[in-house]
Ligand binder design. Structure first.
Ligand SMILES: Nc1nc2c(c(=O)[nH]1)N[C@H]1C(S)=C(S)[C@@H](COP(=O)(O)OP(=O)(O)OC[C@H]3O[C@@H](n4cnc5c(=O)[nH]c(N)nc54)[C@H](O)[C@@H]3O)O[C@H]1N2
Ligand SMILES: Nc1nc2c(c(=O)[nH]1)N[C@H]1C(S)=C(S)[C@@H](COP(=O)(O)OP(=O)(O)OC[C@H]3O[C@@H](n4cnc5c(=O)[nH]c(N)nc54)[C@H](O)[C@@H]3O)O[C@H]1N2
Ligand code: SF4
Ligand SMILES: [Mo]
Length: 654
């Protein structure tokens, strides 16, 4: 008889849903993972990306041994070495960088490949103790982080979606990017007859399930929000009593939106004036209405104008004060797992580098203190950052010593000097804090690490010991590292045993008069700057999330690749006819930044003038180099969001 066990764990990926899973172990092998039936979001199902997660863990392509570069950077040629040799090399090279250039010449490059506190933050503990440069910047939703910092409410308990009477899905593809939220939206439909309206240049999987789809021109959402606010003011559809208690500049805001007549909005957004008017009225009259917004509309040169505009609608209408009303972008438990990184270990304040500007950081030859050593983990910058060609050029530098912690030979790992094999979520302990609901989750390891893979906590401990760092924090266990940010009311032991526990933040309430916020900070832009001087036949390129990949994760997995069906550019039949292009044919997408070759997919699901290349494909897999970020120039919004969705291209037959 097989020895069977079930282990409570959770998905580590950068996704709003943070599912709780059960790992089914038979004779020491995970045979499957299933969603936890009792978890209020997971409800027994994972998703199209993750439901075969053991295939990732047991993949024949998995990196299981330390590797040293044995060819040109980027060539992917490596040789196996022992852990001892790998750790010795890293310690010696980091020491050399510190002695010759100072510790700030070491730079962390990390994102949310794993959102687990230990996987995400343990390596930072090492760099903090060494006095390396700090890292900041957000490649995902910088405007949302900025507006949070300014005191706006951009989240509420998504379990309250069921109370909404009208739901606007504003630039979010829920059924692909966080499908467990759909349950609560459709519950609102069932209970209250709530209408669901989707605003997206593409007719997505989500838009197809909505009652109304407004195929807006990309980059014009702030104009629509301003136009709606103008109607709210004009038709007395505002809750000025409430709004005045929240914001201090209602008059300035009213003036700011005054020029946005329905006709002008219609022109900017490529929609009907009637649509603007009815949307504003429907939104105002529902009791309550909610807006759930995603990341797509923020990823342009003025993402702040979008999130500030949506927050203004939530406040002016008064919906923010009702259960199930208001704005939902990030729904965050009030917990700071970042404490696991132990910033307090730094002896002195160090400079902080913006990871979204990695191409500049690596290639700037004039800087007084260039980066000479990189520690990369939980991210694939050669694929996910703008200006991919320049990122790769920077990573090729012979004087740069790069260490990458990875599961697979990603495009980034190919540029490493040393690659260390990381454990997957089935092989280590961790704690995950979600960004789309309030259920904290623990991940118990289901099996021992495969091959010679190690958790990031273990890697930190090894290198720290070798480098003579003897602060007790440098030898804490993974569980201790993961628990560093847990509050007393959420003890680690309880979380481990129960698997997950809700930890909602306290309600925001009405601020003191001198703490009121501003609505008028980021006006809607009068015109889209990237269109100035653009050729008449330019198309607006979007690079949204794909259904079967999680950013660039899983783009190397056979099942997910097959389901995704290969990289293809989605284009309207109108645009294809103008260019004499046929469905399925090979095409070239180009702009001043770069050139890509893909297949063409003629589709009625995208508005004319806009094209879309979904999925973060790798160039090291046979897929025509369809790395969208070869076409994305270095451009940022005012608070530092890379403008991934603010790109113009030309398309022609290959
Ligand atoms: N399957 C899957 N799920 C994921 C991810 C994944 O890669 N794959 N990634 C995860 C991550 S990191 C994140 S941040 C979330 C993101 O979740 P979402 O925000 O839902 O994802 P995106 O595809 O970036 O953008 C959503 C939609 O915005 C639209 N859009 C683009 N530009 C504009 C615009 O100017 N205006 C409007 N109104 N719409 C616009 C796109 O067409 C797209 O359908 O998803 C998470 N979940
Ligand atoms: N053009 C364009 N660019 C984009 C976006 C877009 O929509 N369009 N989306 C942006 C957004 S929203 C985001 S969030 C970023 C995402 O960018 P990233 O955070 O870089 O996301 P991934 O591409 O999934 O890369 C994560 C890497 O971490 C690795 N990983 C996962 N778990 C572990 C672990 O436990 N240990 C180790 N060592 N590695 C692990 C995976 O193998 C993978 O290579 O991309 C951004 N870039
Ligand atoms: S990627 Fe998201 S939806 Fe899929 S299992 Fe992980 S948390 Fe759940
Ligand atoms: Mo993201």
């Amino acid at each position: 008889m097989a020895d069977k066990q079930t282990i409570k764990g959770c998905c580590p990926l950068d996704c709003p849903d943070t599912c709780a899973w059960i790992a089914h172990v038979e004779d020491g092998k995970v045979v499957r993972v299933t969603g936890d039936k009792d978890h209020p979001f997971t409800r027994g199902v994972l998703c199209a990306k993750v439901n075969d997660y053991p295939a990732r863990t047991y993949s024949p392509d998995r990196l299981l041994y330390p590797l040293r570069r044995a060819g040109k950077k980027g060539s992917g040629q490596f040789e196996r070495i022992s852990w001892e040799e790998a750790v010795d090399t890293i310690a010696a090279r980091f020491d050399q960088v510190i002695n010759e250039h100072g510790a700030e010449a070491l730079m962390p490059v990390t994102y949310f490949g794993s959102m687990g506190a230990a996987q995400k933050h343990a390596p930072m503990r090492l760099l903090n103790a060494l006095g390396a440069s700090d890292m900041h910047g957000n490649i995902c939703g910088a405007p949302s982080i900025a507006i949070l910092g300014d005191g706006h409410e951009i989240g509420f308990d998504p379990e309250d979606y069921i109370h909404a009477k009208l739901i606007i899905l504003w630039g979010v593809n829920v059924l692909t990017t966080g499908h467990h939220h759909w349950h609560f939206l459709s519950e609102a439909r069932k209970r209250n007859g709530a209408r669901i309206i989707c605003i997206d240049p593409r007719r997505t999987r989500t838009a197809a399930q909505c009652d109304q789809h407004i195929a807006i021109r990309p980059g014009s959402d702030a104009a629509l929000a301003a136009g709606m606010a103008r109607i709210l003011f004009k038709e007395n559809l505002t809750d000025l009593d409430y709004a005045g208690q929240i914001a201090h500049d209602l008059d300035a805001y009213r003036e700011q939106v005054e020029p946005w007549t329905p006709e002008r909005v219609a022109e900017a957004c490529g929609i009907e004036a009637e649509t603007v008017i009815s949307l504003a009225r429907d939104f105002a009259s529902a009791e309550p209405a909610m807006i759930r917004s995603g990341i797509g509309p923020q990823q342009n040169a003025f993402g702040e104008s979008v999130v500030w505009g949506l927050s203004a609608l939530s406040i002016l209408s008064g919906h923010a004060r009702s259960k199930g009303g208001g704005l939902s972008i990030f729904n965050l438990p009030d917990i700071n797992l970042g404490l696991s990184a132990r910033a307090d270990l730094k002896q002195e304040k160090t400079r902080s580098l913006d990871m979204t500007r990695l191409s500049e950081i690596l290639n700037d030859e004039t800087t007084a203190n260039p980066v000479k050593g990189l520690l990369v983990w939980g991210t694939n910058p050669a694929v996910v950052l703008p200006n991919s060609a320049e990122i790769r050029r920077g990573l090729e530098r012979e004087d740069l010593f790069t260490v990458v912690l990875e599961h697979f030979m990603t495009d980034t790992a190919r540029y490493a000097d040393i690659i260390l094999p990381s454990t997957t979520q089935l092989e280590h302990f961790d704690v995950v804090s979600p960004w789309g609901h309030y259920y904290m989750a623990a991940n118990n390891p289901a099996i021992a690490p495969l091959g010679e893979s190690k958790s990031h906590g273990e890697i930190m401990r090894l290198v720290a010991r070798r480098m003579g760092l003897n602060h007790p924090a440098m030898q804490e266990s993974d569980e201790e590292i993961a628990a560093a940010g847990l509050p007393p009311e959420l003890p680690l032991e309880a979380l481990k045993k129960e698997g997950w526990r809700k930890h909602a933040p306290a309600p925001a309430g009405i601020p003191a008069p001198d703490k009121r916020i501003s609505l008028a900070g980021y006006p809607a832009p009068a015109a889209t700057p990237s269109r100035d001087g653009a050729a008449a036949d330019s198309l607006h390129l979007l690079t949204p999330k794909s259904h079967y990949f999680l950013n660039s994760s899983f783009a190397n997995m056979a099942r997910q690749q097959q389901a995704e069906g290969g990289p293809k550019l989605e284009m309207s039949s109108e645009d294809a006819a103008m260019r004499n292009l046929a469905d399925g044919q090979s095409i070239v997408i180009r702009n001043g930044q770069g050139t890509l070759k893909t297949a063409l997919n003629i589709s009625e699901n995208i508005r004319p003038g806009t094209v879309s290349l979904s999925g973060k494909w790798w160039s090291s897999k046979d897929n025509d180099d369809a790395v969208g970020n070869f076409l994305v120039p270095s451009a940022w919004s005012p608070t530092g969001q890379p403008a991934f969705n603010d790109v113009l291209v030309q398309v022609e037959s290959a």
